[in-house]
Design a protein around this ligand. Structure first.
Ligand SMILES: [Mg+2]
Length: 504
């Protein structure tokens, strides 16, 4: 069977960087089974070598029979995914077969592919791919007095355990880097109507602002970074003192952002010049910041007294959903929004976005997450406008129906509209979100947060990442948000972490 597989897979390549002959895959599937204790000369190993032959090559059933047996041929037939059958239904049919050979080859195949996807497409993609085959597990558990099956289940469990944390880390990096990239791509066309964008650039699908081809974040990502910093500093305070009000600590984080805009806030010196983020020179740049944020922070109240619903709330809330569970994310999203914006829609749109990010981070599918956010918004009469905009995002036929994104609920709706249309295509979703008449950097930033969270860092075009000037800063904040806290041997916050994120 090995020879037959080598003959028919000859010339075929495996998805990947450079030339990888296809035959390495059936070989890996067979070797994995052998590592679990299967005998090298068993029919199962023949089936592993031949498992893709009927699906991917011109081999005939007679040729397979000539080198093996009826049992092996039947197994390969059960493992063949007919093009017209839905993938989930196919996996379910493999599970329902209850056939030891078929189940073991399939689980080995899935584990080998998952390990390949870690390299090719990142931890989050690999983790999601792996779990599409969850239906195999109960079927294998039914026959788990078999030692090879026991080893297969153990490998699956170990892989799940190591990948789960890595997938979360990948999702958090994807979320913040994705938002930063969308922000930087949209920045130069923020104030241009769609027809001017078209005339000047055709479609913007790369950084067009600087001649060296780099991109630079704006206030959207700057404030997102300070939101994350505030949350981490509040977490330190909570750990050390047991009591804290995150909204007052986040307000000081926003005052540090104000300092980067060259407006010295009315606050004690060590509140402003502490931590690492304020020392990053690249953040000291004015990139068309929202006037509402600036004037509210100059006044310095815990709750803004204006009636603005500009999108300056929603665009900065992703870290809230990355850190808190959904209901808390909604509440803190609203509270952090209220620091700068007084209108209920500005506030609830910030809460809704934080809640959406939180559900998605927990692995809830996109449409279900949107339903859960909408159900939550229905409890609050002041959230009616935000709710209506989110509903509209799901039914709109044309993006222009949703407005221009200058106000919070519109920016959120436009981003959600683009994500729904390009859920698994980061690049296409961002291009649609920024090439609009309106607030392109904010819609790009919000869509980038969601698409990056769903698809992971590797889904972001490499060129966009490597040409992003603040890549290192956004990366660092993402990694810290993943870690949340670093303790010393006594269980207290470590000195390094305190210096980075002092608890005030
Ligand atoms: Mg901006």
């Amino acid at each position: 069977m090995k020879n037959l597989a080598e003959k028919y897979h000859a010339g075929q390549t495996r998805q990947g960087e450079g030339y990888i002959p296809y035959i390495v895959h059936p070989r890996d599937v067979a070797e994995t089974l052998i590592s679990w204790g299967e005998k090298e000369d068993s029919p199962l190993i023949e089936m592993a070598w031949g498992h893709d032959l009927l699906e991917d090559t011109a081999v005939t059933e007679q040729e397979i029979l000539a080198v093996s047996s009826e049992r092996v041929l039947n197994g390969i037939k059960m493992l063949t995914h007919a093009g017209n059958v839905d993938k989930a239904a196919y996996l379910q049919s493999v599970a329902d077969s209850g056939n030891r050979d078929v189940l073991l080859v399939k689980i080995s195949d899935r584990i080998c592919n998952t390990n390949d996807f870690v390299i090719l497409k990142g931890d989050l993609y690999a983790y999601n791919y792996m779990h599409k085959a969850d239906c195999l597990i109960p079927a294998l558990e039914k026959i788990s007095d078999d030692p090879v099956v026991q080893n297969a289940l153990k490998t699956w469990k170990d892989l799940n355990y190591t990948l789960r944390e890595k997938a979360l880390h990948d999702a958090i990096r994807g979320c913040l880097l994705g938002g930063a990239v969308g922000d930087a791509l949209g920045a130069p066309i923020e104030f241009l109507p769609q027809r001017s964008i078209e005339k000047l650039y055709g479609t913007v699908d790369d950084y067009v602002e600087y001649t060296d081809g780099t991109g630079r974040i704006t206030d959207d990502t700057q404030m997102t970074l300070f939101t994350a910093e505030g949350i981490l500093r509040a977490h330190v305070r909570g750990k050390e003192r047991g009591i804290c009000s995150p909204e007052s600590i986040v307000k000081f984080a926003y005052l540090r952002w104000l300092e980067t805009q060259r407006i010295t806030p009315d606050a004690p010196e060590d509140f402003i010049n502490s931590g690492w983020l304020i020392k990053e020179k690249d953040l000291f740049v004015t990139r068309a910041p929202g006037s509402t944020c600036i004037s509210a922070l100059i006044r310095g109240k815990q709750r803004a007294e204006n009636n603005s619903k500009g999108c300056g709330t929603v665009m900065r809330m992703a870290p809230v959903g990355l850190f808190f569970d959904p209901v808390a994310a909604y509440e803190y999203g609203c509270k952090f929004s209220a620091i700068t914006h007084g209108h209920p829609t500005g506030i609830t749109a910030g809460g809704a976005f934080a809640m959406l990010i939180s559900y998605l981070r927990k692995g809830t599918p996109l449409k279900r997450s949107l339903e859960l956010v909408q159900a939550h918004l229905r409890k609050y009469p002041e959230a009616a406008e935000t709710l209506a905009a989110l509903e509209h995002a799901e039914t709109a036929e044309n993006i222009t129906e949703l407005g221009e994104g200058w106000v919070a609920e519109e920016a959120l709706a436009i981003a959600v509209f683009c994500v729904l249309r390009h859920q698994w295509d980061f690049k296409a979703g961002i291009i649609e979100a920024i090439n609009i008449t309106g607030d392109s950097d904010s819609t790009g930033s919000i869509a980038g947060n969601i698409l990056g969270l769903l698809n992971g860092e590797k889904a972001i075009p490499e060129k966009w990442l490597s040409n992003l000037r603040e890549h290192r800063i956004v990366s660092q904040v993402s990694d810290d948000l993943f870690r949340r806290f670093e303790s010393n041997s006594e269980g207290h916050v470590s000195e390094d972490w305190w210096n980075k994120y002092p608890g005030f």
